[in-house]
Design a protein around this ligand. Structure first.
Ligand SMILES: NC(=O)c1ccc[n+]([C@@H]2O[C@H](COP(=O)([O-])OP(=O)(O)OC[C@H]3O[C@@H](n4cnc5c(N)ncnc54)[C@H](OP(=O)(O)O)[C@@H]3O)[C@@H](O)[C@H]2O)c1
Length: 316
């Protein structure tokens, strides 16, 4: 990656120009960086979500409405990402921020809060009474925990360090299991027996997925939504056949496409309310564009320590 001076892009019909304030480093950004095609290299600007002020509007009612507003926004084009001083995006990908959400928190309004709300909706709609959440110390895992507890759904949180186990226990007072504990599976077996979780949310994959799903009751379902282990998902067919279990993938982009306009608006409003009143995403450090490469290395070494925010203007 390199920092380059490029012309400020012009918004076309239906688009706006956002003067960016902050953008987080998320695992989805790192996955995207790993998958850039040779042909994209010359123009690709990373960054999927962020916050800023709409400073110019293309033709259309929505762009005109957004002009001058402080917004949470996400990228619509690979040539104009959020890790830049200015980004052109569709006006429909911006959402005005109220005064009680800071630029920092607003920069993280979409990816994790909307995914956590989607999982809450799935858990409630499918009437799961207890859920297993893998990598539960993640920013997303903490939101899932808070939203499900509010619905009186039991959450069995899996983490991989003593530090995370302590931290999550103090935050939630709930069930937290350290997967690096040698007795992990016997503890998990007992907890599964006691609470009968029927939904497993997993961003890690690897062979543990099969072990956990096989311990769960008949008709259980798992959702794989990340590739944190970098390993293949190995499933014994008997796990699925014998007890009618299912595995599905989840990608927020697809989920949002399946929602109608009203459902979408309701979710964004709820994400906004969640961040303004109920939840604060932990921020580890602000970094300038020039230090992003180094920040990615440090983020990967300790992802639970909070989000790195790319600060996109000198005042930040
Ligand atoms: N599919 C979708 O639409 C969608 C949407 C949003 C998020 N996601 C996924 O959700 C996951 C969490 O995102 P986030 O932004 O909340 O992450 P985050 O706050 O950066 O935290 C990542 C967490 O994953 C843990 N972790 C990393 N590698 C692991 C491994 N091999 N085994 C177990 N735990 C591991 C880290 O623990 P340590 O501190 O111990 O490293 C940390 O707690 C990511 O995989 C992301 O891609 C997917």
């Amino acid at each position: 990656m390199e920092v380059r001076e490029v012309p400020v892009p012009e918004p076309d019909k239906g688009e706006v120009l956002v003067k960016m304030a902050y953008a987080p480093l998320n695992p989805s950004d790192i996955n995207r960086l790993k998958s850039i095609g040779e042909d994209e290299l010359a123009y690709f600007i990373p960054g999927l979500e962020g916050s800023g002020i709409v400073v110019r509007a293309g033709k259309g009612i929505l762009p005109a409405y957004m002009k001058g507003k402080r917004v949470a926004c996400n990228a619509a084009y690979s040539y104009s990402g959020t890790w830049a001083e200015y980004m052109v995006t569709k006006a429909s990908r911006c959402f005005p921020l109220p005064g009680n959400i800071s630029d920092e928190q607003g920069a993280m309004l979409f990816v994790n809060p909307m995914t956590a709300l989607a999982f809450r909706n799935i858990a409630v709609h499918e009437k799961h009474k207890a859920v297993i959440s893998q990598a539960a110390g993640s920013a997303l895992g903490q939101m899932v925990l808070q939203l499900l507890q509010k619905e009186k759904i039991t959450v069995i949180n899996l983490v991989r360090s003593d530090e995370q186990e302590k931290r999550l226990k103090s935050l939630s007072g709930g069930i937290v299991i350290n997967t690096n504990n040698p007795d992990c599976y016997s503890i998990l077996r007992e907890v599964i027996h006691a609470f009968s979780p029927t939904l497993f949310l997993d961003p890690v994959g690897g062979e543990m997925h099969d072990v956990i799903l096989s311990l769960m009751p008949e008709n259980s379902k798992s959702i794989i939504y990340g590739t944190l282990s970098g390993e293949k998902l190995e499933i014994n067919p008997r796990t699925l056949i014998a007890a009618n279990k299912t595995i599905t993938g989840f990608f927020l982009g697809h989920f949002l496409q399946q929602q109608n306009g009203v459902q979408l608006l309701r979710m964004v409003l709820e994400a906004r309310r969640f961040l303004s009143r109920e939840h604060t995403i932990q921020v580890r450090e602000h970094v300038p564009l020039e230090k992003v490469q180094d920040a990615i290395q440090r983020y990967m070494q300790n992802m639970s320590a909070g989000k790195f925010l790319v600060a996109l203007h000198p005042d930040n």
